[in-house]
Design a protein around this ligand. Sequence first.
Ligand code: NAP
Length: 302
Amino acid sequence: MPKTKSSAKKAVLFNRIAFIGIGHIGSSMALAIRCAGLAGSIIACDRSATARKTALKLKVVDEVTADIAKAVKNADLVVIATPVGTNGAIAKAMAPYLKPGAIVTDVGSVKQEVIAAVAPHIPKGVTFVPGHPLAGTEHSGPESGFAELFDGRWAVLTPLPRTPAKALAQVTALWKRIGAKVDTMKPDHHDMVLAITSHLPHLCAFTVVGTATDLAGDLKQEVIKYSASGFRDFTRVAASDPVMWRDIFLSNREAVLNILQRFTEDLAGMQKHIRRGDGEALEKIFTRTRAIRRSIIEAKQA
Ligand code: NAP
């Protein structure tokens, strides 16, 4: 059932929250924050006029602007929710206007490069708490946002050694109050874990669907017509936002290349088992992978 304002326990955590980028993740967070009554007011800054208009029309936020200075000026919490490649320039542009005592956080899918790009611009008296919700769909834009997106999902925070405990606790409280479970990690560990659990699977989906797209005429038509669940699932993942994923692979290059090396070796192993007709080896691998799926279902992350 969709969350409603009246059904939620309310206690304002931040008087004013500013979102830089009000797409899929920004709007989902804003809606969840509104439903839970966690902000006095919410303003969104987005470079897309359509996104601004939609966010206002759908009552995702109270105000919209294209002016980053206006957005952050009185904000107690600033959430950067744009593709990770833009985060450094955004931090630089908003830095002179940040309110003393404000907290800046982000939702970027890569942490080391985002921290390297953003942290140097954060002025004294303002705190940066890097974060990443492990939730999302293949859709983009504020029309795709929904307040329940984070329910029961993990939000990973990767605080810096100098991040004050109080700011970390405030951002943790925000995620918990919008339904997420919170974990903290070192940024490099986050990037390696996400390279395995998210970036590699997306790369496989982009490649499988790309291979099918390159097939000659008739065969390609049949792939679409008779698309079985395996291929269909890949197309859903491969429909994810191209700009967001371009930035993720470029920003998490080292961890992705590391895991890709391992994956290529394992794929070559599969090739060998199939060529040799080694059914026993294949069955052993598939039994192990089936068990992983079961543990994900048991952990309620399916
Ligand atoms: P999205 O739906 O495409 O929304 C991003 C919005 O930011 C767009 O309206 C975009 O406008 C705007 N934007 C881009 N550059 C900007 C700038 N310099 N200043 C102001 N606005 C700008 O993207 P999303 O899915 O919400 O992803 C946002 C972030 O969340 C990314 O860093 C991603 O890694 C992270 N994340 C995504 C997911 C997911 O599943 N989608 C999950 C977890 C984390 P234009 O359309 O004009 O570019």
